[in-house]
Design a protein around this ligand. Structure first.
Ligand code: MN
Length: 248
């Protein structure tokens, strides 16, 4: 497979490096990734400034832009060769439930889908991952499966892998997104000159996290695979809203 690898943790991140090492012997691989950590960048696209790209000695393109910029550039002119698949990750940290809305890892995969290529976002469920190789091996299996039995080009798979040795995984489960309680409040502090600065608070704890959700699967040490849809329309509300809007 001709694979474009990107991420949101930056082009030197250990998760990306580990995945590249696993992919390179088996696939044609090119890496286009942000030049720094852009976690939380979501689908932002840089349209008001030019974007600079540095090509490193090992061939990696490091981009002064967001994950979405990286995949967009890569697939629309930066790279000579077309790609069969976009792989994003391995992210340092979970992308479960609502996280997917903020995630640059998922956004890089989404951009692949916007450009008609099937895409996988892979995350290691841990604050300080120790077992990227486990997620890398799972990714290889997924790619192999997709190669033998392709899914439609608009498919995005959001994959979360428990941070355990490969042998300790308890299987693979297809899940829906759960959700979290609302996030912690913003944290105010002072800069050295006495001016207020703010830290966005931690994301909330698990709320909808029962059987069938991505949260539950990874709690049970199973790999969670969630197929994502970008259509944000609340289809179930269309009819009722239509009646409500008639009297506007
Ligand atoms: Mn990240």
């Amino acid at each position: 497979m001709r694979i474009l690898l990107s991420n949101d943790d930056g082009c030197t991140a250990p998760g990306l490096r580990c995945l590249a090492e696993h992919l390179r012997p088996l696939h044609s691989l090119e890496i286009v990734a942000p030049d720094r950590n852009r976690s939380g960048a979501s689908n932002s696209l840089t349209i008001l400034n030019p974007i600079r790209v540095q090509r490193h000695e090992d061939g990696t393109y490091c981009v002064d832009g967001t994950p979405t910029d990286c995949v967009h550039l890569a697939l629309t002119g930066l790279l000579a060769e077309p790609k069969d698949m976009v792989v994003s990750g391995i992210n340092a940290g979970a992308n479960l439930g609502d996280d997917t809305l903020y995630s640059g890892t998922v956004a890089a995969a989404m951009e692949g889908r916007h450009l008609g290529i099937s895409a996988i976002a892979v995350s290691c469920v841990s604050v300080n991952p120790q077992h990227y190789a486990t997620a890398a091996r799972i990714t290889l299996r997924l790619i192999d499966r997709l190669q033998r039995e392709p899914l439609p080009g608009d498919t995005i798979l959001n994959v979360n892998v428990p941070d355990v040795p490969y042998e300790e995984l308890r299987g693979i489960e297809v899940t829906r997104l759960g959700n979290r309680h609302k996030s912690e409040g913003v944290i105010e502090a002072k800069d050295p000159r006495g001016r207020s600065i703010y830290w966005i608070g931690a994301s909330g704890g698990e709320h909808d996290a029962g059987p069938g959700t991505d949260f539950y699967a990874v709690q049970q040490k199973r790999v969670s695979i969630t197929p994502l849809l970008v259509d944000l329309t609340r289809h179930s509300a269309l009819e009722r809203l239509g009646a409500w809007a008639r009297d506007l």
